[in-house]
Design a protein around this ligand. Structure first.
Ligand code: T1G
Length: 689
């Protein structure tokens, strides 16, 4: 008996060979929002009452089994039935309920599967409990059932790690009973029929006991906590997850479930989870360009030529090789191009050595690399040319003129410039509409941020192609208009300026760095300058005259980690120590300014350095350089390691309250320097995100 469900219905019910099949269809990922939960509840109860059905298979249409609760629902009132209510109906069923899994059974989807009596999955399917990446924990029994079926160690790895596992690995862990190929519904029905025929028990994970005694479980948990303490820093969820898993070991199931829900609600209400949920949607919003519709199809890129075999060029070439595109690496000198190619092959070999890719895959990628010192010849057949030469406008214009003369008519010409005027570069060609900025961050094959820079004349197709390339490269593509520094570098520049000014008022460079690391950055501004090179950013060698700490350091030949140390001294293992030389320079420079010297508490240092970043972000927004505030958050989180648990500068500013930030900026950088948009929003009780 089959339902004739109307097209587009959220669920369909049928009985095949005495087995009920409840199929849910809620694109794009069958998220377990209220309509889906209601349809599930009704369908399961119908199957339980249906005398024609001796078992029930639950499956999904579309690309995946339930990919979790509907994140968009969070923070609002939870309409019943909740997931635990539905799972109680499943576990109370007098007939076996079988989950038929394809795609990615994540979060609540994985929990639903664990509440079923049995589970079958397509070989290509994945299961996971990634709630930790949303600052949450599995709130529908995941922390209670997983330790029971898969053990404490696996539960910790799966839930605190948050990474999905293959169906095969899940089968090994006992989370999947049968792996199937081909027609999932037919295979699941056959499996259900077999279970009925064999009078298989109504096996409920809630009735199982955790495989470890309390002492062993505690030991496993302590070991995990110690091994992953860095990952726990700043985040609430990992610690809460461990507590929930402890409850699975120490409490009866229903009490453990209640404890899990308590911990879940604490996390749901936390700023950290709000920040991480903000970034989840922000990353997806970033890919949307409002004035470019889906009808604008990206160009298919089949080959890439990278010009410049230095650090950036080699990293960019590696990024494209990693997605299987053939790359020609070009430089003026044979020696330079060979050095670049050697670095690329070394990086790929490193990925093989670390087991991140198989040896044959490493070989395939390396084989896709070719080198040339003949620019015209190397660009003539390429679909995409990426220029990554020295940051000098005249040099870039000359290179683009050469590319323009040799590239095929529909080639896309991209510059990796980090702050030069893309429109001026485009003007050096006969095809400005085909010129775009692809600004990678060092190391280009690792950093997730890719700024796609839209010039005045860049065509929609080229913009769409740049954004699509970002996704294909596994990066987050953020669209930027042309300005000095685009989004990430421009927004973060005030942090360095504020840090340089602050060390003349009392704090030492390492005290400033420590405050930034405590806030959550991987390193502070002075540690960063020493690594990049004290001489690299903003030092005017010709006119240097000992007027700033940077000038004095550079004039002494203290150019950072690479040469004689900088703000820090380095031992032979490049371990950094605060430099007495630098301290003396700072103290003397501070004395010259006559500024009052005093100690700053860490929160004051955070305000002085980061509120100006919020201000610059507001200017980037009001000038239309960035499409939305959340793009600025994603750019700084993925490009500068801005701590995820704050949501990024704009979300963080909203969580502090814009009036307080504007008042502090008025007192430090002066009212005239404050973004009018920021002041307006603060006055109106508005928010940036
Ligand atoms: N809720 C709402 N919308 C979601 C969603 C979700 N869980 N997952 C994806 N979307 C939207 C997404 O915003 C985008 O929308 C579209 O679907 C395609 O997503 C109770 C509390 C499933 C691997 O964390 O990991 O269950 O931009 O671009 O690259 O214990 O989406 O098109 O309008 O990412 O193919 C746990 C999150 C939730 C999974 C697919 N589940 N999603 O990746 O597509 S909490 C998750 C993903 C929970 C329980 C707890 C990925 C994906 P739009 P996409 P994709």
């Amino acid at each position: 008996m089959n339902d004739m469900s109307p097209p587009g219905a959220i669920s369909s019910y049928s009985v095949r060979d005495g087995i009920a099949v409840l199929a849910i269809n809620s694109p794009p990922v069958n998220a377990l929002g209220f309509p889906v939960r209601k349809a599930l509840d009704e369908g399961i109860r119908r199957a339980v009452a249906d005398s024609a059905a001796s078992a029930l298979v639950i499956r999904c249409d579309g690309r995946t089994f339930f990919a979790g609760a509907d994140i968009a629902e969070f923070g609002g009132e939870l309409k019943l039935p909740g997931l635990n209510d539905i799972f109680a109906v499943i576990e109370g069923s007098p007939k076996p309920v079988i989950a038929a899994i394809h795609g990615t059974a994540l979060g609540g989807g994985c929990e639903l599967a664990l509440a079923c009596h049995y589970r079958c999955a397509l070989r290509s399917a994945k299961l996971g409990l990634p709630e930790v990446s949303l600052g949450l924990l599995p709130g529908a029994g995941g922390t209670q059932r997983t330790p029971r079926i898969a053990g404490v160690a696996m539960a910790l790895d799966l839930i605190v790690g948050g990474r999905p596992i293959s169906a095969a690995k899940a089968e090994t862990a006992g989370m999947v009973d049968r792996i199937v190929d081909g027609d999932l519904e037919a295979e699941a029905v056959a499996y259900a029929r077999q279970l009925v025929t064999e009078k298989a028990p109504l096996r409920r994970i809630r009735d199982m006991s955790v495989d470890l005694d309390l002492e062993a479980a505690q030991a496993a948990i302590t070991t995990y906590r110690v091994a992953h303490s860095r990952q726990f820093k700043g985040f609430k969820a990992p610690g809460h997850i461990v507590q929930a898993i402890e409850a699975a070991v120490t409490l009866p199931f229903d009490q453990g479930l209640a404890r899990e829900w308590e911990l879940f609600e604490e996390l749901m209400a936390s700023t950290e989870s709000g920040a991480q949920r903000h970034l989840f949607f922000a990353e997806r919003a970033a890919g949307k360009v409002p004035d470019i519709g889906r009808d604008v199809k990206p160009v298919d890129i089949g080959s890439v030529t990278v010009i410049g075999a230095g650090t950036m060029g080699s990293g960019i070439a590696t990024a494209f090789l990693n997605i299987g595109l053939p790359v020609t690496l070009v430089d003026r000198e044979q020696q330079a191009v060979e050095r670049g190619a050697a670095n690329i092959r070394k990086t790929i070999a490193g990925m093989v050595a670390k087991g991140r890719i198989a040896e044959d895959e490493g070989g395939r990628r390396s084989a896709l690399l070719s080198t040339s010192v003949d620019l015209p010849g190397a660009v003539s057949g390429a679909d995409l040319i990426v220029e990554a030469v020295f940051e000098d406008l005249e040099l870039k214009k000359a290179v683009f003129a050469q590319i323009d003369a040799a590239a095929k008519a529909d080639a896309i010409l991209a510059s990796n410039t980090s702050f030069l005027d893309l429109d001026a570069i485009a003007a050096a060609t006969s095809r400005p509409e085909q010129v775009v900025g692809l600004h990678f961050f060092v190391p280009a094959n690792v950093m997730r941020l890719l700024e796609v820079v839209r010039g005045e004349k860049t065509s929609d197709v080229v913009v769409a192609t740049g954004m699509a390339l970002g996704r294909k490269l596994g990066k987050v593509a953020i669209l930027s208009r042309v300005c000095d520094g685009f989004i990430a570098n421009r927004a973060m520049a005030p942090r360095q300026a504020a840090a340089d000014a602050l060390i003349l008022e009392g704090p030492l460079p390492w005290e400033v760095d420590r405050a930034m690391v405590e806030y959550g950055f991987p390193m502070g501004p002075f540690q960063m300058v020493d690594i990049v090179g004290v001489d690299v950013i903003g030092w005017d060698r010709e006119n240097s005259a000992g007027r700033t700490v940077q000038e004095v350091l550079c004039e002494m030949g203290r150019w950072g980690q690479k040469k004689n140390g900088g703000y820090y001294d380095y031992d032979e293992e490049r371990r950094a120590q605060p430099s007495p030389v630098a301290e003396k320079i700072v103290r003397e420079m501070a004395a010259k300014t006559g500024a009052d010297q005093h100690r700053f508490r860490e929160p004051e240092i955070v305000e002085r350095l980061l509120y100006p970043v919020v201000n610059e972000g507001a200017k980037i927004l009001e000038e239309g350089v960035a499409l939305r505030a959340s793009d600025i958050d994603v750019a700084l989180v993925t490009g500068y390691g801005w701590p995820v648990w704050t949501g990024g500068p704009m979300f963080w500013a909203d969580s502090i309250g814009l009036p307080a930030i504007v008042a502090a900026l008025d007192a430090t950088i002066g009212a005239d320097a404050v973004s009018p948009l920021l002041r307006k929003l603060a006055a109106e009780g508005g928010s940036l995100t």
